[in-house]
Design a binder for this molecule. Sequence first.
Ligand SMILES: [Zn+2]
Length: 440
Amino acid sequence: MPSAPEFQQTLGKIDGFTGTALHTGENVTLKLHPAPVDHGIKFKRKDLQDEPTIDAKIENLKTVERATTIGEGSVRVHTVEHVLAALWAMGVDNAIVEMDANEPPIGDGSAQAYVDLIRKAGVVAQEEPRKFFGARDTMHVESKTGALLVLLPDDKFRISCTQAGPNNKFTQFLSMEVTPAAFEREIAPARTFVYYEDVKPLMDKNLIKGGSLENAIVVRGEAVLSKEPLRFPDEFVRHKVLDIIGDLALVGRRIRGHVVAVKPGHASNADLARLIAREQTRRSAVAVSRPIPSGDGGLDTDQVMQILPHRFPFLMVDRIISFDTETKCTGVKTVTINEPFFQGHFPGHPVMPGVMQVEAMAQVASILLFKLAKTTSRIGYFMSADEVKFRKPVLPGDTIFIHAELTKSRGERLAKAKCHCVVNDAIVSEAELMFTFLDK
Ligand SMILES: [Zn+2]
């Protein structure tokens, strides 16, 4: 079972600042507003009639040339990735980004100005838990330009990035867990960098009126041109990580997974965001169309796996042998010497760890919870274990009978289960478990 839920967050108050828009060179005022739970992040064009909003979602992605542009209908907002990265990485799930132009102020080309603004506005917790996308299998996208992004299962959000310029100049590598503190310290100050050959034609056509050495580092051959010196020796790869965070925020769910990126760009970041969003849609559809088998006949392994997301070696129940009442059932698990936990617990004297028995009880209890709710579109979060007792060791070859009975459910949100494990007609462990039951 996952640990206790993290809650959604928004801003403490409205706050904003004025700066220069990169492409037009004009002044733009950006204001961040708090927003209710499950709102996500939306951009609002204050300068247009009826003040239209655009959902910061991958399905609204329009172009990825140099920067990320989203739009709905004929309305566009450009260069959304830095403000999105700051909001997402600083833990803001719900917000309105109001602007009186079609792009945010560029600041110094980093996410620093947005982080400062978020700090000023404050971040506050809300009442609904966050929604996550947990990577289960390896996913990847690859582009003709040599960009490769892989998403691996991980219980944290991590990014490992390799950046390489033309002829592999400026090759840099960074690997980190993305947390608000790490983002603020290591990533937010990293500025945009551009290659002179790429921006020269744009400058000639007057397409980046607000662009200057104050808001980008320009690389010309071996030379690095900028108003102030590099903020980090590996500032380029840090900015690549910033862009990945901003572009993946378009998924709209927190990611639990490890992104391994080689030479990423906005196009490949967006491809990965699209792939994740598609997989999430597929999972949601499967969850809704998967009824819980009814009747008292128990569940076989396949049916158990249709209900529980756990897989070997973390699936701790082989079968449900009976449903005694609506609120009571018995599962069974045969532990073999091949269980990975025996290798380290302990060589020469293998015993099943007590926490794995508690996990087995939690899994059987959550099957009852799902059955009661008649859907798997909700998740039971394991909140606490009380009165835990381990009475006898469980050894390789033992068959454990796991009994679970729901004793209390308060509303639809909280449930308690009394559980015990039996081997050879003797109780080996017992516990009282508490769950909260939430929408996926
Ligand atoms: Zn960027």
